[in-house]
Design a protein around this ligand. Structure first.
Ligand code: SAM
Length: 218
């Protein structure tokens, strides 16, 4: 019998060079993500990234936008070490990585306010409670008028790409708590947390960028 656990942490395929890790999937999408975030983020933005992985997306954005202040995070120690190594080598505007596990009660305690939260390829490979925690953080830790950027695959009814249906089946066979999320479910979750309906951008390999804006005070 295959044992699965809600607390299991999934990591993408990686290559290593000392502490720096390289992800083949990040190599394919980091420029598209970096270009988009470099345009979206306000001047001097304070950014919190959830599940930063190797740290390569953080580097891609920080190199394009030296004015921003990027806080990477990950529950996985090797990932945090990689993020710190990338920061030392390539992105001085990346802060030391912090240990954030969104399934842990109280994970938000002590965190400041941010102009943006960024989360790439995490909510399908973690339990739904991680998406819920992310929505709560978006409500409680993003300034009015700030943004939340989610990148990844989504189910979109009959329009869902076959490769995303296959990916969904494969994720659920590894852990029943995982799975490609329905865009409508994610949008409903963030709407309930007070964010406006997102802008939807088609990205490479049947992925989407969803850009939510927190509501400005009226
Ligand atoms: C597929 S990897 C994506 C990494 C990186 N964002 C990227 O796209 O290359 C999933 C990441 O989510 C992180 N993760 C998994 N469960 C998590 C949780 N409960 N809270 C925060 N991060 C989590 C993993 O440690 C890992 O870095």
């Amino acid at each position: 019998m295959t044992e699965t656990s809600e607390s299991e942490i999934a990591l993408e395929a990686r290559q290593t060079e000392a502490a720096r890790l390289f992800s083949p999937s990040a190599a394919r999408n980091r420029d598209a993500i970096g270009d988009m975030l470099a345009k979206l983020l306000p001047q001097g933005a304070r950014v919190l990234e959830i599940g930063s992985g190797t740290g390569e997306h953080a580097v891609a954005v920080c190199q394009r936008r030296p004015d921003i202040d990027w806080q990477p995070s990950d529950p996985d120690p090797a990932s945090r070490a990689s993020q710190d190594a990338w920061a030392a080598d390539a992105a001085p505007n990346m802060r030391p990585s912090i240990d954030l596990d969104l399934t842990r009660p109280g994970w938000l305690d002590g965190l400041d306010m941010f102009d943006a939260i960024v989360c790439v390829n995490v909510i399908h490979i973690a339990p739904w409670s991680v998406a819920e925690a992310l929505a709560n953080a978006s409500r409680d830790r993003v300034v009015a008028g700030g943004l939340v950027y989610l990148y990844g695959p989504y189910l979109e009814g009959e329009a869902t790409a076959p490769s995303n249906l296959d990916f969904d089946r494969s994720l659920r066979s590894r852990n029943p708590a995982w799975g490609v999320r329905a865009r409508s479910d994610v949008e409903a979750l963030f709407a309930a947390a007070g964010l406006a309906a997102p802008d939807r951008h088609v990205m490479p390999a049947n992925n989407l960028s969803l850009v939510f804006h927190s509501r400005s005070p009226v």
